[in-house]
Design a protein around this ligand. Structure first.
Ligand SMILES: Nc1nc2c(ncn2[C@@H]2O[C@H](COP(=O)(O)OP(=O)(O)O)[C@@H](O)[C@H]2O)c(=O)[nH]1
Ligand SMILES: [Mg+2]
Length: 355
């Protein structure tokens, strides 16, 4: 397979798209004793590149299609109550000729949903009314309230004498492969665990090579899996490891077919722990759609990347407010293995209130 992939790369370049792979035997009798052959059908994605260059119309899809009705009704009621409250507040502010409260202003500037912002500052002393008072303590109260909204923080917990399998899923380019490399390096080099890498991202040759390079540097075995059956077999071969990290191909939240394929892959073993990888640079509405659409793969945890790149962290708070899913790690740069840490709600809450 590696030889055939190299040939594809030579003929079509690193951006070739693998359309189909097949193993079969040639020669021999009744399919036995023959030489194993590998067939790869690949193409260069020039049409895709042309489409991307053209401006795409904005497609509006319902954001909450997969969420159950009771949750939608509860959210709608809550939103309606909060909206009424905000309208009253704004109306009151207009009457008094006052500016928006500095804290409300700060939250809105950090892209916190106005409804959530209003809820957060409800009942806090108005900073405008504190004459020579302690503004820092009001801010501290707000930080504590934000921290309270954060759900459970839970990284990868390795179990003694059993093999833990963790898969990272998410859209393309959010940092799944880089994060796998960071996790692998830390678990191997700092903690001395036995780790293996599996990649199901066989869509682009460059993606396989990227993980292979990391695997070679860290000194851990890496296997490429092309189907759910191969994935299951590979998991079986690595039962002696403490941790098996699984990289997957980036999936578009609007492509149901790709998502179903991913779901089928992950369902080969119910013990696989799945982390949904989201970039903090993603807009809140887009992040909502990603969480909603990837919910068919039942991720147990969310892992936020690119905390260093986001101009604000409103998306994180807006999301965890509505979806209190456990948070695992956060990544803070491109450097492998350093730029990763267990999510810290205190750190994030303070960053959310950046001036
Ligand atoms: N600034 C920044 N860049 C990151 C971070 N994590 C990954 N990247 C970069 O994002 C790009 C895409 O990463 P990759 O791991 O290939 O994404 P994947 O498609 O989800 O596997 C690469 O250039 C990475 O170096 C991060 O925490 N901060
Ligand atoms: Mg990748």
């Amino acid at each position: 397979m590696a030889e055939a992939m190299a040939q594809v790369k030579q003929d079509l370049g690193r951006d070739a798209v693998i359309l189909h792979t097949r193993r079969f035997r040639r020669g021999g009798m009744f399919g036995f004793f023959g030489k194993e052959m590998v067939e790869i059908m690949a193409a260069i994605d020039t049409v895709q590149a042309a489409i991307v260059e053209k401006k795409q119309p904005i497609i509006t899809t319902p954001l909450v299609a997969n969420i159950d009705d009771t949750k939608i009704t509860a959210l709608q009621t809550e939103m309606a109550t909060m909206r009424k409250m905000i309208e009253q507040m704004v109306c009151q502010l207009g009457k008094n000729g006052k500016e928006l409260s500095p804290l409300m202003d700060l939250l809105i500037k950090n892209d916190i949903d106005p409804v959530i912002a209003a809820n957060l500052i409800k009942g806090l002393p108005d900073e405008n009314s504190i004459v020579g008072g302690d503004h820092g303590s009001v801010r501290k109260l707000l930080v504590d309230r934000i921290i309270n909204y954060f759900p459970k923080i839970d990284g990868i917990n390795i179990m003694p004498s059993s093999c833990k399998t963790v898969a990272l899923i998410g859209p393309t380019g959010v940092g799944k492969t880089t994060t796998i490399a960071k996790l692998a390096a830390n678990f191997v080099l700092k903690d001395g665990y036995k780790v293996a890498l599996l990649t199901a991202d066989t869509y682009r040759i460059a993606a396989v090579e990227q993980l292979k390079t990391y695997g070679d540097i860290i000194g851990v075995p890496i296997e490429i899996v092309y189907s759910p059956d191969e994935f299951k077999a590979a998991l079986g071969r690595h039962k002696d490891k403490d941790l098996v990290l699984v990289d997957t191909a980036g999936r578009s939240p609007s492509n149901q077919c790709q998502l179903a394929e991913l779901q089928a892959l992950l369902s080969v073993d119910p013990d696989i722990e799945t982390h949904l990888v989201l970039s903090t640079t993603t807009k809140y509405r887009d992040a909502l759609e990603i969480v909603n659409k990837f919910s068919i793969c039942s991720p147990q945890k969310i892992l936020f990347t690119k905390v260093d790149e986001a101009s604000n962290l409103g998306t994180i708070l807006n999301l965890v407010y509505h979806f209190p899913t456990s948070l695992s790690y956060m990544t803070t740069g491109q450097s492998v293995p350093d730029d990763i840490e267990l999510t810290s709600s205190t750190k994030l809450a303070n960053m959310i209130l950046r001036e």
